[in-house]
Ligand binder design. Structure first.
Ligand code: FDA
Ligand code: NAD
Length: 426
């Protein structure tokens, strides 16, 4: 049994949705494009799962957040795919790929042939078992990557109302889920191995602002240690977690956000991999010219920094997907992908944006007591990164612009004095 398409997108997440939108904008013909996804729903804006989806009142639910509403564009419902002649093969895992024969084999036994393949398989959440801890398959231990995880988490949150949650990991998932749990009136303790939250991006000064804010909402922090085991009662109900430093924390539920691994396994030994992802060029094309990779799974040249990176953020998934489709459909008109890394988060009433690279010296500015502050990163005498909490649209645009321009900085203390004004007046 088999079907053949000109274009196949493997994976049905954020990048797949934006790629499909771009294919239609550029005039793909009916019957030419197929999307195969393990998830049972059409591509959606994954960031909603740790924010609106977890709210106790008026939570976000599909079809409200199908792609591409996250960038204020058309909402691609299953009907949209049908009307545009795109084959959506949902609830179907691809179990092997053969890039020489240009075929994919699904878990249902179907062989799908392509002329051009876009790999958009994203990533999977790391499991505690990979760090030597057992028991994380228990009912009240939650991970968060897809809709099924989010539904499970919502159920566990509802049955833990007023109880105790332990959040493992001080990264994006940990911070965003902790906020949602507190809003849902669950007591939260965050546990992570580093000295402060969001250690991959935040400076100690920025982190201490957010930690103080979280404390004011009742969140407790246990830093510099990791979870080692769970305690269950005779009915298999979780009662506590044990930490390496000997602490025992009462727990009705646990959320784990300890990082991800890109889903590259189908292509190991077939495509060149780098930095954990599928290595692509400035057209998002892999070491096999018929295979492109986009989103979390792609390691691409970040021109502005002159090196390859694998990014795990939604803006990069959206733009790399659109770029790959442009390169596929109009190769002669499509220049190298020139992407400025952009990360953001929204928790409680707070909201921040970051552009560029967090390397070099840091210059903080603004009012750390009044929820309006930021930082510049200066490397080899140039601004390479900018962070802003509580900015307006114009202010965020200004820090994005300045980061792209990479202005030379002679005096760090002068930059500190000028603060946000430096970006606004450049
Ligand atoms: P994504 O993970 O979106 O999609 C991959 C798809 O491939 C999935 O549908 C999966 O089932 C499918 N798949 C994988 N293997 C398959 C196989 N063998 N066969 C069939 N299908 C297969 N970023 C940000 O910048 N701001 C934010 O606020 C957030 N918030 C956020 C919240 C949560 C809960 C998560 C998990 C992530 C975020 N992110 C984020 C990160 C952002 O969502 C992420 O970078 C993008 O979803 C990446 O898009 P991709 O399409 O590459 O992968
Ligand atoms: P992350 O990389 O942001 O954070 C991982 C955290 O795990 C680290 O900060 C560390 O505290 C912790 N950790 C590492 N090893 C540990 C261990 N053995 N025990 C306990 N803690 C440990 O990853 P994440 O928070 O799991 O997020 C998953 C993915 O989802 C990432 O790709 C992230 O970019 C994405 N995401 C992004 C956003 C956003 O951009 N706003 C929001 C949610 C999720």
């Amino acid at each position: 049994m088999g079907r053949a398409f000109v274009y196949v997108i493997l994976g049905g997440g954020v990048a797949a949705g934006y790629a499909a939108h771009e294919f239609v904008k550029r005039g793909v013909s009916h019957g030419e494009l197929c999307i195969i996804s393990e998830e049972p729903v059409a591509p959606y804006e994954r960031p909603a799962l740790s924010k609106g989806y977890l709210l106790p009142e008026d939570p976000a639910r599909l079809p409200a957040f199908h792609c591409c509403v996250g960038s204020n564009e058309e909402r691609l419902t299953p009907k949209w795919y049908k009307e545009n002649g795109i084959e959506l093969v949902l609830g179907t895992r691809v179990k092997s790929a053969d890039v020489r024969r240009k075929t994919l084999l699904t878990a249902t036994g179907e062989t799908i042939t392509y002329k051009i393949l876009i790999v958009a398989t994203g990533a999977r959440a790391l499991k505690l078992e990979e760090f030597g801890v057992s028991g994380s398959d228990a009912e009240s231990v939650c991970y968060l990557r897809d809709l099924a995880d989010a539904n499970r988490l919502v159920n566990v949150m509802q049955s833990s109302g007023g109880g105790n949650a332990v959040v493992i990991g001080g990264g994006y998932i940990g911070m965003e889920c902790a906020a949602s749990l507190v809003i849902g009136k669950i007591n939260v303790t965050m546990v992570f191995p580093e000295a402060h939250c969001m250690a991959r991006l935040f400076t100690p000064k920025i982190a201490s602002f957010y930690e103080e804010f979280y404390r004011s909402k009742g969140v407790k922090f246990v830093k510099g240690t990791v979870l080692t085991s769970f305690d269950f009662d005779s009915n298999d109900k979780m009662t506590a977690v044990n930490l390496r430093d000997g602490t025992k924390l009462p727990a009705d539920m646990v959320i784990v956000g300890i990082g991800i691994r890109p889903n590259t396994s189908l292509f190991e030994g077939q495509l060149t991999l780098e930095k954990g992802g599928i290595k692509v060029n400035g057209q998002m094309q892999s070491s096999n010219s018929s295979v492109y990779a986009v989103g979390d799974v792609a390691t691409f040249p970040v021109k502005i920094f002159g090196e390859t990176r694998r990014l795990e953020h939604v803006d990069s998934a959206r733009k790399s997907a659109r770029h790959a489709v442009a390169a596929i459909m109009e190769p002669e008109k499509t220049t190298e992908f020139d992407y400025l890394p952009f990360f953001y988060s929204r928790v409680f009433t707070l909201s921040w944006q970051f552009y560029g690279d967090s390397t070099g010296d840091v210059v903080h500015f603004g009012d750390f007591l009044g929820n309006s502050f930021g930082a510049y990163w200066v490397n080899k005498g140039h601004v390479v990164g900018s962070f802003l909490e509580g900015g307006t649209k114009e202010e965020y645009e200004a820090i994005a612009k300045i980061t792209r321009l990479k202005p030379a900085i002679e005096d760090l203390s002068d930059l500190e004095t000028q603060g946000l004004g430096f970006a606004l007046t450049l």
